[in-house]
Ligand binder design. Structure first.
Ligand SMILES: [Zn+2]
Length: 272
């Protein structure tokens, strides 16, 4: 079971729902994997139809994910309608610049992506974690290239207790493994319990998370002058990431970027 300890933030992800066969020699591993596939045949992590490999999506589910590709707004990471060959900003970013520097997300928060994230988060379905990690590493390749530290958006202790794991910490661990950027999963803390952001307006979300985060004052050395990437499962209005960015910057971070699996995109966000 993938888990993040409430006290130590240790992450122990696994990629398949049975014990690792990595210690076996090649012929034995092949037999082990074949038997495991017979016992637990691979299914699509979205719709559960039979496929040929574990932890993947079927073609139909894959085609329903709105991956975000270039051209994008350099600040918000949202898709833009045309390429100019230069660094571009959306009208939304210019009108209301975010507290973080740059955000990147793998896909828009729609249909299949929303269902995948909700299954991962609320129904403890973690077989997609290695795939999610690869999506994050790819979407965030430019901000990860010069990052010093990865930090997940923390859960309050009470929520960590009931959910048993912090989905953002699991994602952070995967990105750290793939990118080589070190992760610090307990430095940033949620110091105040907040309401669920679901159903709140942008202004209500901002007030809900204001003052809800803090850093461990004895461990801020790694933040001094650092380029930090805050990892979350989804960015909706950005209020949570912005609250984290303010705290991290105040504690000494030189730059705070954001990386998420999905981002809510207003259809008119890029329009003037
Ligand atoms: Zn499917």
């Amino acid at each position: 079971m993938s888990d993040v300890s409430a006290d130590e933030g240790r992450v122990a992800p696994r990629s398949a729902p049975w014990p690792a066969s990595g210690g076996l020699t090649a012929p034995f591993r092949a037999v082990f994997d074949a038997v495991a596939d017979l016992l637990l045949p691979p299914v699509c992590i979205g719709c559960r139809t039979s496929i040929d490999r574990h932890g993947q999506l079927c073609g139909a589910c894959w085609s329903k994910i709105d991956f975000i590709t270039s051209p994008i707004c350099d600040r918000l990471g949202i898709p833009l309608p045309f390429e100019t060959g230069e660094v571009m900003l959306s009208a939304a970013a210019m009108a209301d610049p975010p507290a973080y520097d740059r955000a990147r997300a793998a896909a828009c928060y729609t249909t299949t992506m929303r269902e995948l994230i909700q299954s991962f988060k609320y129904r403890d379905r973690q077989e997609g974690l290695p795939l999610f990690g690869r999506w994050l590493a790819q979407a965030g390749s430019d901000i990860l290239a010069d990052a010093d530290l990865l930090i997940p958006v923390p859960l309050h202790r009470s929520k960590l207790w009931s959910r048993r794991f912090n989905q953002s910490a699991l994602l952070t661990s995967e990105v750290a493994r793939l990118s080589g950027v070190p992760a610090e999963v307990t430095l940033l803390k949620r110091t105040r319990k907040t309401m669920s952001q679901v159903g709140l307006s942008a202004d209500q979300r901002r007030r809900n998370v204001s003052g809800a985060f803090g850093v461990d004052a004895k461990r801020t050395e790694s933040l001094k002058g650092a380029s930090v990437v805050v990892v979350d499962d989804v960015i909706t209005t950005g209020a949570t990431i912005e609250a984290c960015a303010r705290v991290l910057r105040k504690a000494g971070a030189a730059r705070v970027d954001a990386l998420a699996l999905a981002r809510a995109v207003e259809p008119t966000a890029w329009a003037l």
